[in-house]
Design a protein around this ligand. Structure first.
Ligand code: GLY
Ligand code: MN
Ligand code: MN
Length: 446
């Protein structure tokens, strides 16, 4: 992405700040986290900070000033430091960072305590997300106190705080062309990784061996990191929704559920496929797989501008619930017809999560799911628009229980794709990942 996009985003945010009376926005990046002595967890910048800058170093803060015709964007970042650069690598330093990332001004991060009380002085509003970073909140309180101490000089501190993330969420929920390009790349790499894992799977191998295949493909194709912890779940482990051990041996006759996606240039993908360890679905596995696949298609049919966010979930639940009744997972004599089983939420015994989420810089991305105004007692789910990206990920998870047909016990199936809403419908970003029974069996044969 070029710096013009980031500058345009900052200008857009500044215009919104001005429309609310002007003031100062303060957006810090994430902290480096110690893992143990002298070791850090891999650093990942804050997504809001990155969205406005493209800057990936730790210890940095964006300050935006909207003061009538005076609009400024300022970056605070680490100074150049030859010794640290020898140990840890390149740092831009304020001067080069200002130039490279198109800020109006830049300061060393150590100047924050001196500059912020000046910049906060007489700002009408403070645009900041308190509660997200307690350490930074404390520093901000100190700067605000320093401004208040100047009240005899006629300088006042902002009296209103507006959550800057609320403004940014609305921007982030609609992806621009350069973001879509990166998300397509992330999804394509992840699709190749899923295919590779399918081809390497066989009874006797371990879940972590398939995880290694995923990571190999992610990294081989230039992804910087997984977008979240990969789930590689064989057999009954597939019924654990956030399974993370990935250490069990794969058995003949198991289905393997893999939920894994890479991050590419900070953008996430999130794909789930479920396939047979030995390359052939059993009859019972086929029956449930086709139900989940049909439920995903029902949700996909709702993925177009104008339909409401939850329409896809409701459509998927209807197909899943009908399937549960047809297969005897749900007992008609106990739960009644499909409408009754939906109304009583009986389907939740086998499908207990939502059908998707926003996807973008974060795997569960920013953005409101509902409108801001209530109609009657509640806020309606918002309408989908071109440029939004969602996942669609229905599933069925069958834990052994009395009355549940034994042939389905311990089968867990989820199918998840990454869907861009377009002007005339949608584009499946993960379309190249084998999905039908025929596609999966064919890929695994090779
Ligand atoms: N992999 C996380 C999710 O599917 O939401
Ligand atoms: Mn997901
Ligand atoms: Mn997922």
């Amino acid at each position: 992405m070029n710096i013009v996009s980031y500058q345009a985003r900052r200008r857009h945010l500044l215009a919104q700040m001005q429309a609310q009376g002007g003031g100062i926005a303060i957006i810090p990046t994430a902290h480096e986290m110690t893992r143990n002595s002298d070791n850090f967890f891999p650093f990942r910048h804050d997504s809001y900070f990155y969205y406005l800058s493209g800057f990936t170093e730790p210890e940095a803060v964006i300050v935006l000033i909207a003061n009538g015709s005076e609009q400024r964007s300022i970056l605070f970042c680490r100074e150049k430091n030859m010794e640290r650069e020898i140990w840890d690598g390149f740092r831009f330093g304020p001067a080069a960072a200002r130039e490279h990332f198109g800020f109006d001004a830049s300061f060393a991060i150590d100047a924050l305590d001196g500059e912020l009380p000046i910049l906060l002085g007489d700002a009408p509003n403070l645009f900041y997300s308190s509660g997200c970073d307690p350490q930074f909140d404390t520093r901000l309180h100190g700067w605000m106190d320093a401004v208040r101490a100047k009240s005899r000089s006629g300088i006042s501190a902002p009296t209103t705080t507006i959550d800057v993330r609320e403004l940014l969420n609305e921007m982030r929920v609609r992806k621009d062309a350069s973001e879509i390009e990166l998300m397509q790349k992330a999804a394509s790499i992840s699709g190749a990784a899923h295919t590779r894992a399918m081809q390497m799977a066989q009874p006797g191998r371990y879940e972590y061996e398939l995880e290694a295949e995923l990571l190999h493909e992610f990294r081989r194709q230039g992804s910087q990191a997984p977008a979240y912890g990969s789930i590689v779940a064989t057999g009954a482990n597939a019924c654990i929704l956030h399974y993370s051990s990935n250490n069990a041996q794969i058995k003949d006759g198991d289905l393997i559920l893999i939920d894994a996606g890479c991050e590419f240039d900070s953008y996430a993908s999130d794909i789930t496929r479920t396939f047979p360890a030995n390359g052939r679905f059993s009859e019972a596995q086929k029956i449930l797989y086709q139900i989940v696949l049909a439920s995903q298609q029902a949700a996909l049919d709702c993925a177009h501008p104008g339909s409401r966010y939850m329409d896809g979930h409701h459509a998927a639940v209807r197909v899943l619930t009908q399937g549960m009744l047809d297969t005897g997972l749900l007992d008609r004599n106990k739960v009644g017809h499909v409408d009754d089983a939906i109304a009583s939420a009986a389907f939740r015994q086998f499908y207990m999560h939502g059908t998707g989420h926003w996807l973008g810089l974060d795997v569960h991305d920013a953005g409101a799911y509902r409108e801001t105004e209530k109609i009657g007692d509640e806020k309606p789910y918002r309408q989908l628009e071109a440029g939004m990206v969602i996942t669609i990920e229905p599933g069925i998870y069958v834990r052994p229980a009395a009355g549940v047909p034994e042939q389905f016990w311990n089968i867990g199936i989820r199918i998840e794709d990454d869907i861009l809403i377009t002007q005339d419908g949608h584009l499946n970003l993960s379309r190249d990942t084998p999905k039908t029974i025929a596609e999966i069996e064919s890929v695994m044969k090779r």
